[in-house]
Ligand binder design. Structure first.
Ligand SMILES: Cc1ncc(COP(=O)(O)O)c(C=O)c1O
Length: 393
């Protein structure tokens, strides 16, 4: 170990990246891999958005912006939050960040004291664990279950509340399950938050990708909730803009003033050109966005019956572009399942244990490939399942 690595603080919660590294190394040796585990939309960023970025470069928009972001972008985001979700934020309540990812770190650094407990919808996007750990806090997973399509259960939350609980991270739709927390449960979470004086982080990055029969409710629209909620959203998923790195937090302006100090220290501002792209995204035509959402819906409509045919069960995903599949019936551990599936068929998926799942029965499959490739992946999986035994009923 180097002298430097030897002196690391205990605050870094290290994820075990060895499995992912091994999978990528195997994939590199195979001729026709179909990556069905990604979280990055396969679509290109719509042309009106990339055009706005090119124009920003030509107009020499290459200086710093204020740490909270371009004023016109903050105004446009506030208007969008009102129009899409009924949220009442003003431009002063918005901080534009380098993806939702940076917002998560900012929030934890600003609000978590050593020993504070943070409840997190689980299985989960494990950045939350890392960020809470960096601030010296303790992540407390709130499990969700296949029998509920992985929707949150209020009792599971309530029994984990202690005197140290400072925050609840609500991610709906969730990653990796696609679960949408129903409005009646959101209302009960709000009641709990007020009763126990808990802050809510509402990660709504997938909120525009919702399928028929499901409803998204932004918790900060409920009485008494805006003052204790930080709403997170961004451009990566909805607008196919992962690499541009634009997201934001929306919160009461007095918190925004404080967190801006942290933000300035971390990165000064979000890339200016990307902010112009985001402005075009949020003010531009909705049709290209709807076209992507419609395509995800078509892929989902193909995939779910195909899984049924294979005898695989899953939580019905109400949103996002993931399905969380139970492969315990094959008798393989999920890392083993994923590695053998990759070696034998070239279909690459990742196990739920990479999303902090306590139950090693699940894999996450995303539908972020064109439909013909998804169909090809399904054919290969069918052969694999047929060869290696019956799936769980
Ligand atoms: C639930 C959730 N929150 C936040 C992020 C980070 O997104 P961004 O690209 O905006 O940083 C992701 C990315 O996969 C996610 O799944």
């Amino acid at each position: 170990m180097s002298v430097i690595a030897d002196k690391l603080t205990g605050r870094i919660v290290e994820e075990d990246g060895s499995f992912r590294t091994r999978m990528l190394a195997i994939a590199a040796t195979l001729p026709s891999v179909i990556a069905m585990g990604r979280g990055d939309p396969d679509f290109h960023t719509p042309a009106h958005i990339t055009a706005a970025a090119k124009k920003a470069i030509d107009d020499n928009q290459h200086h710093y912006t204020g740490p909270t972001g371009l004023p016109q972008l903050r105004t446009a985001i506030a208007a969008d939050l009102k129009k899409e979700y009924g949220l009442d934020y003003g431009a002063d309540d918005i901080v534009v960040t380098a993806g939702v990812q940076e917002s998560i770190t900012l929030i934890m650094l600003a609000l978590i004291n050593p020993g504070d407990e943070v409840l997190i919808t689980s299985p989960r996007f494990t950045t939350y664990d890392t960020a809470v750990g960096l601030a010296g806090g303790v992540p407390v997973p709130v499990p969700t279950f296949q029998k509920d399509d992985f929707a949150l259960d209020i009792g599971e939350i309530e029994k984990r509340i202690t005197a140290k609980t400072k925050m609840f991270v609500l991610v709906s739709p969730n990653n990796p399950t696609g679960a949408v927390t129903p409005p009646d449960v959101i209302r009960k979470i709000a009641e709990l938050a007020i009763k126990h004086d808990i802050l809510i982080i509402s990660d709504e990055i997938y909120a525009k990708i919702i399928y028929e029969g499901n409803e998204h409710l932004s918790i900060a629209t409920l009485p008494g909730m805006k003052e204790r909620t930080i709403t997170l959203n961004g451009f990566s998923k909805t607008y196919a803009m992962t690499g541009w790195r634009v997201g934001y937090l929306a919160a009461p302006a007095d918190f925004v003033t404080k967190v801006t100090e942290v933000r300035h220290t971390l990165s000064i501002n979000t890339c200016t050109i990307s902010q112009y792209a985001a402005l075009a995204a949020v003010t531009g035509p909705h049709e290209p966005i709807q076209a992507m959402i419609d395509e995800y819906a078509q892929r989902r409509a193909f995939l779910l019956p195909a899984l049924d045919e294979m005898g695989l069960t899953y939580g019905n995903p109400g949103g996002a572009f993931y399905v969380y599949i139970n492969v315990s019936g094959t008798g393989m551990s999920t890392p083993d399942f994923c590695e053998r599936l990759l070696r034998e068929t070239g279909v690459m998926l990742f196990p739920g244990t990479m999303f902090g799942d306590h139950d090693p029965s699940y894999i996450r499959m995303s539908f972020l490939q064109p439909l013909p490739l998804i169909k090809e992946a399904v054919e290969r999986m069918k052969g694999f399942i047929a060869k290696h035994g019956k799936a769980a009923a």
